[in-house]
Design a protein around this ligand. Sequence first.
Ligand code: PMP
Length: 441
Amino acid sequence: STSLALFYQARRKERLNAHFEPRPIELRSDEVLSGVTGLIGNTPLIRINSLSDALGVNILGKAEFLNPGGSVKDRVALRMIDDAETAGLLHPHTGSRIFEGTVGSTGISIATIARARGYDVTIIMPDDVAEEKVKALHALGADVERVRPASIVDKKQYVVSLLYILAKIPPQNCFRMLQNNAQLNLESTLRLIKPHLVQSPSSVVVSTSGNEENPEDLMNKPRGFFADQFENRSNHDAHYDGTGPEIWRQTNGSLNAFVSGAGTGGTVAGIGRFLKSMNEEVMVAISDPEGSGLYNKIKHGVMFDAKESEGTKRRHQVDTVVEGIGINRLTDNISLALPIVDDAFRITDAEAVAMSRYLVQHDGLFLGSSSACNLVACVKIAQKMDWKEGQTIVTILCDSGNRHYSKMIYSITNVARNDEYLEKAGIPIDSDLIPAMISSL
Ligand code: PMP
């Protein structure tokens, strides 16, 4: 009876794991979208009324927080997965695994799509990102490893090499590489890598002839797909083919500037390059948080100077308020953007916090920190340049404030306000900052 129980257990498991072949049932309506990925993209463009009215320009935000995974990164995750499937690197519903390093948004987007396509996901992220993102990843069933790196975005040899090792390098070489890499925490890395050393779903092919694959061969197969958003061209393409054309269509091609932060650089590269291809006159500007090197790279040709290294250290070695944008190394996607970027604005954490609160108070818009940075940069463009009434600046509203409760703390009343975090982080809280900025025009 034990063997019978095991038999039924195996049958149940089989049924649970079975994926159903698509059945061609006509929907009779174009209004019904297909599954969760049907919800990705085609986001509305909204006028930020408080800022636009005060400044006499149109500041428009692309409402990317409405994507099903909650951020602009859904587009990128979908394109990376689609392209990997087309290239034969991923196979839906066979248990292939996707690996990615992320500050959270991309991981959540990948995990969302992965659930729908039958992939497993391993996410490596810094341990100082907002807790909300980790909870979302766990809820989506991703394996999450939190590391204490100098930065996930800066030390390529740290997280990126770890992911590369996990996804691609044969196990027998892994150990040697790990041992030779002083930056990697061997213990946590081994814990992470272990399940994949034994078997990888994508590589475990149980032959129907009854002969299991040679274990030697098995060990030499890649254990999954490393999405590599920083270097993956699909990231740029998602925006060049999707977000950019949507913005062009939604503004009837009449926009004067486009503002975006850059984490991987995919957004600014893809949208910026598309808009420039339609009209060279569209100004492309980067909103860059404190401690990021892009502002200097664009203004002075170098990522950061000695004077700034202190700030850089601060931003990337302790908790940061602004998540998702800012970088100190040239990724492939950033490199694509640099030739078309006209200007950059350095945004302080205090400005980002003040803008987040201002938008809640005046527009009922509850946005994440990178969106707030973008909107501060929009105001600075209007301040800096000789803007004529009625000109249009477009930016990205990357994600919602609900990913940032533990850090940004929006409430404009004293009840739910949590200024402690900001005080501890040494960020001044000044509710007059944005009104003063606007009225100084
Ligand atoms: N905002 C948020 C919240 C993000 O997570 C990211 C991605 N890291 C960005 C903006 C920046 O986008 P990109 O990677 O395309 O530069």
